[in-house]
Design a protein around this ligand. Structure first.
Ligand code: FAD
Length: 385
């Protein structure tokens, strides 16, 4: 049985590795000639980590991950700690650590695990067709590929989603812009073993440790969509948006490199319930595109990959049947994640100013228990519990 996998992102590579482990032959086709991940880093929560462990990447992943032993929220202006707590209860409950990792390194780990030379780069799929026997994908260079089934992991702007759903879906602007990048750890900005977030005015500034003494940082600002983007003014723009914020935030802005800082307008897609058409299945952001507010988009793609391979390997009524079982196992789970992230997004970014003010007040009384309980619930909803 041969699977055609479209897209060599987190979803496509996890799927290809999982399928090969389950005994399928795979061929991966990626549109770009060279992978350039859009974000600087990503937090892989234990549900995602368990998937990568099961796919044989336990040790390399551990080497890339930062030590996020504590979590803290600080007041935007005074910089005072509103709450700080250990992540230990979460780790003990779910049996695995969270790992913030640099995206380029995660991508390289996935690609190297699969075999870089086996991936066909510069192959942009334009169309797919299927018969009762198999699937054909056409590429923009006029070439084509054939397989028994096709996994569409072609991201949030998926062209294959339209084929599967029979209609186009629009991305929804979540109302804020995110800047992200990497800087050398500076403990005058935040402790090296802590996920630190400064909150106020519906904005946030966050720092997470990744390997090699680096912080992954991000800034969120509620803004209109489509504003001009200019690296030359990036630092001044951030200084304006975070004027009056605490000294560590100003130091972070000073220390970042505008040339390697990404600016992303955050979107999601209203969840839908169809991931499969015959022998073609959507996976990752092609199937469910979320805001990053609970850090679960990439983890959900890893979960998809594991469940897909498990379902195909453990059923005998044919490809179409197994793919529908994959869909049945993934639709509600991924819908929950998208909606949960959307709710978190609205509170964090002051969609309703009163609700956000109440959250800031609550943080002063937070012992960690409620925050961790929410995270544990999300993590335990994954395929490995
Ligand atoms: P993508 O990563 O988009 O990969 C799709 C691939 O398909 C690309 O390589 C693309 O070039 C290729 N492709 C596209 N079209 C075609 C075509 N026609 N033919 C062939 N190839 C094609 N998730 C987390 O789990 N934790 C986090 O902390 C987190 N933080 C985030 C922060 C930000 C700012 C953002 C924007 C997202 C974050 N996410 C996070 C979400 C995560 O990045 C995505 O969910 C994940 O990258 C989805 O992987 P994917 O493989 O489905 O899609």
């Amino acid at each position: 049985m041969k699977a055609i996998v479209i897209g060599a992102g987190i979803g496509g590579m996890s799927a290809a590795i999982a399928l090969e482990k389950a005994g399928f032959t795979t061929a991966v086709f990626e549109a770009v000639k060279e992978m350039k991940p859009v974000g600087a880093a990503i937090s892989i929560w234990p549900n995602g980590v368990k998937c990568l462990n099961a796919l044989g990447m336990k040790e390399p992943l551990r080497a890339l991950g930062g030590n996020m032993a504590f979590m803290a929220y600080n007041d935007a202006h005074s910089g005072h700690t509103l709450t700080r707590f250990s992540m230990k209860p979460l780790v003990q409950q779910v049996g695995e650590y969270p790992y913030p990792v640099a995206r380029a390194e995660l991508q390289a780990m996935l690609i190297d695990t699969y075999g870089r030379s086996r991936i066909s780069f510069g192959k942009r799929v334009t169309q797919v067709e299927q018969t009762e026997q198999g699937v054909t994908a056409w590429f923009d260079d006029g070439s084509q590929a054939e397989g028994d089934f096709l996994i569409a992991a072609d991201g949030a702007h998926s062209v294959i989603r339209h084929y599967v759903l029979g209609e186009r879906v629009e991305r929804r602007y979540a109302g804020y812009v995110n800047w992200n990048g990497l800087v050398t750890i500076d403990e005058t900005i935040a402790p090296a073993d802590q996920w630190t977030t400064f909150v106020g005015e519906g904005k946030r500034v966050s720092l997470m440790p990744v390997s090699d003494n680096r912080f992954y940082f991000f800034f969120d600002v509620p803004l209109a969509k489509g504003l001009p983007e200019d690296r030359a003014t990036l630092k001044n723009d951030l200084k304006g948006y975070f004027s009056g914020w605490a000294e560590p935030v100003q130091r972070l802005i000073e220390s970042l490199n505008p040339q390697t800082t990404n600016r992303v307008e955050i979107h999601d897609i209203e969840p839908f319930s169809r991931f499969v058409k015959g022998r073609v299945a959507l996976l990752g952001d092609a199937a469910h595109s979320t805001t990053p507010d609970i850090g679960q988009g990439g983890c959900a793609a890893m979960e998809d990959a594991v469940v897909l391979a498990q379902t195909l390997a453990s059923h005998s009524l044919g490809i179409e049947d197994a793919l529908l079982r994959y869909e049945a196992r993934r639709v509600d789970r991924t819908k929950d994640l998208v909606i949960k992230a959307r709710k978190r997004c609205d509170v964090t970014h002051a969609k309703d100013a009163e609700v956000t003010a109440a959250w800031y007040a609550d943080l002063k009384n937070e012992t960690g228990e409620r925050v961790l309980a929410g995270m544990i619930d999300t993590i335990e909803g994954g395929p490995f519990g």
